[in-house]
Design a protein around this ligand. Sequence first.
Ligand SMILES: Cc1cc2nc3c(=O)[nH]c(=O)nc-3n(C[C@H](O)[C@H](O)[C@H](O)COP(=O)(O)OP(=O)(O)OC[C@H]3O[C@@H](n4cnc5c(N)ncnc54)[C@H](O)[C@@H]3O)c2cc1C
Length: 382
Amino acid sequence: MARLSYPSASLPASTEELRLRIRSFLADEIAAGTFTPRCDTWLGQHSPEFSKKLGANGFLGLSWPKKYGGHERTALDRFVVSEELLALGAPIAAHWVSDRQSGPSILKHGNDRMKEETVPGMAAGEIYFSIGMSEPDAGSDLANIRSTATKVDGGWLLNGTKVWTSQAHKNHYFIVLVRTTPLSEGGGNRHIGMSQFVMDLRVPGCEIRPIRLLTGHHHFNEVVMTDAFVPDYMLLGEEGNGWNQVIGELAFERSGPERYLSTYPLLSALVDAIGPNASNEAAAALGTLVARLTALRKMCISVAVMLDQGKAPITEAALVKDMGTQLEREIGEVARQLVPPGKSPAFDQLVSDSILSAPGFTLRGGTNEILRGIVARELGVR
Ligand SMILES: Cc1cc2nc3c(=O)[nH]c(=O)nc-3n(C[C@H](O)[C@H](O)[C@H](O)COP(=O)(O)OP(=O)(O)OC[C@H]3O[C@@H](n4cnc5c(N)ncnc54)[C@H](O)[C@@H]3O)c2cc1C
């Protein structure tokens, strides 16, 4: 029977200098009024200006080759920078997906021309990517996608509808998963015949329709492709290998500190709001949250170290995301119960951000039920 394994790991001393550097950068930006800390900024707070500043200061593409604008550091360096950006609630949605998963995917599977056209811009914080996986009838069951790509002279024509495509209306490209071989020719295996493409979101035939939240906020979209042309060199990796590639991409998508730190700015503000003379009830509630956060951080560092070593800790990452997203949701609930509305406009904003974003925490990147299924299967209890 397979077992979950979180080898004891800590961040190397070399990451400390970087942590101090990003902290000082962020303190200066807050002092200059560039941003006010908010919750869930990696999905909702899209600021090209801020992403470009991060790129110019060497905080993006940290582990990527210098040849493509990267800094040839480690994934643990990226972990440290991510922690600081999330903890201070910086506006990081523009570059988040490209820095986390599109860049690594293209560096791993892309051809030279694709890399040259996209990766340096991502490292500079100037080119942004969305994720084109989900469809109206393919969310948890991603293998049910129906979108297609058909070969034509010089490229491919893409047809179909993607949904819940965060920030597609503001980003430049998405990596889109489609069928290049009809389902009927897969011999009953739905994982055969899928491919990934890097598609320019502004090509003719690509219509981006907004899906607004109840709050009026717009980050979701439906992306309708009608004979949208993608040139040959924008086929990512091998034709037909899309399923394996997408599973690799999901390992990056599920394993980062954004899966337990989305509401950290609120937790930090809550500690200040409660103050040094906390009631027993408040101290116990805060202590429980902080203890869980500490354990999750250790698990997440262990996963990051395994990823850095080229391992694929898919089950361990799934459990971190399941437990982490429950925690980030509960932080909002505890804050709401301990501090009545009206404490301060900034505190109320953090509470409402976290409560309104909370339904998405346990859905995005794979729902908690699906993640628990992965863990159960790996443990041999399913
Ligand atoms: C904030 C947010 C941002 C997102 N951004 C993107 C994006 O940029 N790009 C993109 O491609 N997608 C994105 N998504 C979509 C996300 O990946 C899907 O919502 C998710 O995979 C679930 O799919 P679904 O919504 O179709 O729900 P369904 O798959 O229909 O699931 C509905 C419910 O049934 C449960 N369920 C389904 N199957 C099983 C099963 N086998 N066993 C037990 N329970 C099951 C699920 O857990 C869930 O509770 C985003 C979602 C959110 C909330």
